[in-house]
Design a protein around this ligand. Structure first.
Ligand SMILES: Cc1cc2nc3c(=O)[nH]c(=O)nc-3n(C[C@H](O)[C@H](O)[C@H](O)COP(=O)(O)O)c2cc1C
Length: 211
């Protein structure tokens, strides 16, 4: 099979300025809802791009757990590789690849940690197994075997055998505060519709971009 011959025309309805909400967060919410209703697998899975002091781009998937006017929140280990990169350079990009709808959304912005109480609220809502998992993993560090990890799980299960599992101080959320959000709708013959929102002071400007 020749990958170079793999292509598909994007047959979808166009995106016009009058269909877009002036507020990109509401526009995102509308598209997120479309993705959910269309049965897209894990519509909240997003690529998170960072780059630390070495300026080498890095990327991985994380799950969007909350969003509102203030930004887009995901949870992770504050000692992980991505956390180190965000310490060194607190800016990131997000990508939602909603290919089943011929859509993608790109977001760029500054990144801040969410409050301890916000992380606690989310941590408490997680299944017990995931809470133990957070305690066990020194995310992104090397480990010599899976057996060691399983040993740590058994230890933590003993330690937290009763009552609520506390929030580890090395685990919590980050909020990407959007400065630029782009909505992309695939169209036939590669003449796609793209609209870019850029934050200027407290207002958003919107412009159409060439495909
Ligand atoms: C579908 C999917 C969802 C994921 N969600 C998260 C997440 O919400 N938080 C997280 O820390 N890692 C998540 N991961 C794992 C990350 O992609 C990554 O392996 C991990 O965070 C370590 O990244 P780092 O070494 O760059 O810090 C997810 C992976 C996949 C494939």
């Amino acid at each position: 099979m020749d990958i170079g011959d793999m292509r598909r025309d994007f047959e979808s309805e166009g995106l016009d300025r009058q269909h877009l909400n002036d507020n990109p967060v509401i526009q995102f919410e509308n598209w997120f809802e479309d993705s959910r209703k269309a049965g897209i697998l894990e519509p909240n899975a997003m690529s998170l791009a960072t780059s630390g002091a070495d300026q080498m781009p890095d990327i991985r998937t994380v799950l969007l757990k909350y969003f509102d006017e203030r930004g887009f929140v995901f949870y992770t280990n504050y000692g992980s590789r991505k956390a180190r990169e965000l310490d060194e350079n607190p800016r990131a990009a997000l990508l939602f690849p909603w290919i089943g709808l011929n859509r993608q959304v790109r977001i760029q912005g500054a990144v801040e940690k969410v409050s301890k109480s916000e992380s606690l609220r989310y941590f408490t809502s997680r299944p017990r197994g995931s809470q133990i998992g957070a305690w066990v993993s020194e995310q992104s560090k090397a480990i010599t075997s899976r057996g060691l990890l399983e040993q740590k799980v058994a230890e933590m299960k003993r330690k937290f055998s009763s009552g609520e599992i506390p929030l580890p101080d090395f685990w919590g959320g980050y909020r990407v505060v959007p400065e630029r959000i782009e909505f992309w709708q695939g169209r036939p013959s590669r003449l796609h519709d793209r609209f870019e929102y850029v934050r200027e002071a407290d207002a958003w400007t919107i412009q159409r971009l060439q495909p």
